[in-house]
Design a binder for this molecule. Structure first.
Ligand SMILES: Nc1ncnc2c1ncn2[C@@H]1O[C@H](COP(=O)(O)OP(=O)(O)OP(=O)(O)O)[C@@H](O)[C@H]1O
Ligand SMILES: [Mg+2]
Length: 386
């Protein structure tokens, strides 16, 4: 492994290589690279204004050694393990841990789980799985949970490479890294789910040229994986499908997109039940708590919002119990108070998404959005009552 000055020099040459093919675009490229170094806005501004390379060199010399060592490894000289690409685990989330969304679960199982568990039926019905599925929808509504549930269900390793980490770590070598990732995944002996979160940042409609190179490399890697894959499943997720390059949706790539909607009444009820059942079991949930009422008044809240509502309500009771030294159950009033103060995190997402779909002329591709947009009106009534 390279160390000290040698490493700094190597890193500098990687940046130089990344910049070389796109001299016309220097500032834009430099901006992105520098962002990856987590420099402050002011530092970036100064660097952009100065002649580029001497400044970069100076900045790199000032970076702490530990940062540099974590930042650069040459993917050609260092054998890569799957852990080098980010989270790699055998998850423990099952479909029954995801509240509601039964149609969505079934659609995902049809593409990802049953082909693995019952391959003969698929052969009989002449259905060949595509390369990957893309989950999209508002934040905090279960996309990542679903991807993990797929891995658990088929007992696969779940690998979630984080694009921001990869790009900052590998700099000019990111394309090589993408192929190393697929090589390492191909060598893994068991089944594996490769999950690309924030997929819009990996395959954007447009971006600086080094990002285009990474995107193209990625698309080349997944081309035709559906037919040749042995144990490799590819899943991706995004809140911003409109920003994704349509090339990623071509046949053999992410043909199938599945919308993970905000939880409906039944789903919200189940999410409350999942979160509150330990309290119920411990006899710490007051009898006046009516879960169906909580589900009723939380239209427009995401699963993550509901979890936060449950956690905060519990903490109120917990801290009082600690303070007064007597048991204090979690009451309906606690939930009402917390809900009043909690905003619906998916509302800004709906507004932004409608605007983006219009801007890209892609409203027809996303009929689900129109349905979700109706939520806005209902929710406005609730908000005005707060
Ligand atoms: N349907 C659900 N059932 C149970 N819990 C849920 C559900 N949806 C969301 N949650 C809770 O919200 C958290 C966030 O969910 P998750 O990470 O799957 O959301 P996401 O759609 O991937 O969000 P993001 O777009 O921000 O990545 C979960 O860890 C879980 O606690
Ligand atoms: Mg997620």
């Amino acid at each position: 492994m390279l160390r000290g000055n040698e490493l700094k020099f190597h890193q500098l040459s990687l940046i130089k290589n990344a910049l070389e093919p796109t001299k016309n675009n220097r500032n834009e490229e430099a901006y992105h690279l520098l962002r990856l170094f987590q420099l402050t806005g002011d530092e970036r501004f100064r660097l952009q204004a100065e002649p580029l390379m001497p400044q970069l060199s100076k900045t790199i010399k000032q970076l702490p050694e530990s940062h540099i060592e974590n930042t650069v490894v040459n993917p050609q000289t260092v054998p890569l393990k799957l852990e080098d690409f980010g989270l790699s685990e055998k998850p423990n989330i099952r479909f029954c841990d995801v509240g509601g969304l039964s149609d969505v679960k079934e659609a995902i199982k049809l593409e990802m789980v049953y082909p693995k568990l019952r391959p003969n039926v698929y052969t009989q019905y002449n259905k060949t799985p595509g390369a990957g599925i893309l989950l999209w929808g508002p934040p905090g509504c279960g996309k990542t949970m679903m991807a993990k549930a797929v891995a658990t269900e088929i007992d696969a390793l779940f690998v979630a490479p984080k694009m921001s980490d990869i790009m900052s770590r590998w700099l000019g070598e990111s394309e090589k890294m993408i192929s190393s990732l697929f090589k390492a995944a191909g060598k893994y002996e068991g089944d594996i789910v490769l999950f690309f979160d924030e997929f819009d940042s990996l395959a954007p409609k447009s971006g600086p040229s080094y990002l285009n190179r990474i995107k193209n490399q990625f698309l080349t890697e997944i081309d035709g994986i559906g037919s040749k894959r042995k144990g490799m499943l590819i899943m991706a997720a995004t809140n911003k499908p409109f920003h994704i390059d349509s090339a990623a949706r071509r046949p053999g790539r992410f043909e199938k997109t599945i919308f993970i909607p905000p939880p409906d009444l039944t789903s919200r009820k189940q999410i409350f039940e999942l979160n509150l059942s330990p309290l119920m079991k411990n006899g710490i949930l007051s009898d006046d708590v009516v879960i169906s009422d909580l589900a009723e008044i939380t239209e427009g809240y995401s699963g993550a919002d509901i979890k936060a509502i449950c956690d905060i309500s519990r903490d109120i009771a917990l801290s009082e119990a600690l303070k007064n030294g007597v048991e204090r159950k979690v009451k309906m009033e606690d939930f009402y108070n917390v809900i009043k103060k909690t905003s619906r995190s998916i509302i800004p997402w709906i507004n932004d998404s409608i605007r983006a779909a219009k801007r890209f002329g892609e409203e027809d591709y996303y009929p689900e959005l129109q349905k979700v947009a109706q939520l806005l009106q209902t929710v406005q009534q609730y908000e005005s009552m707060k």
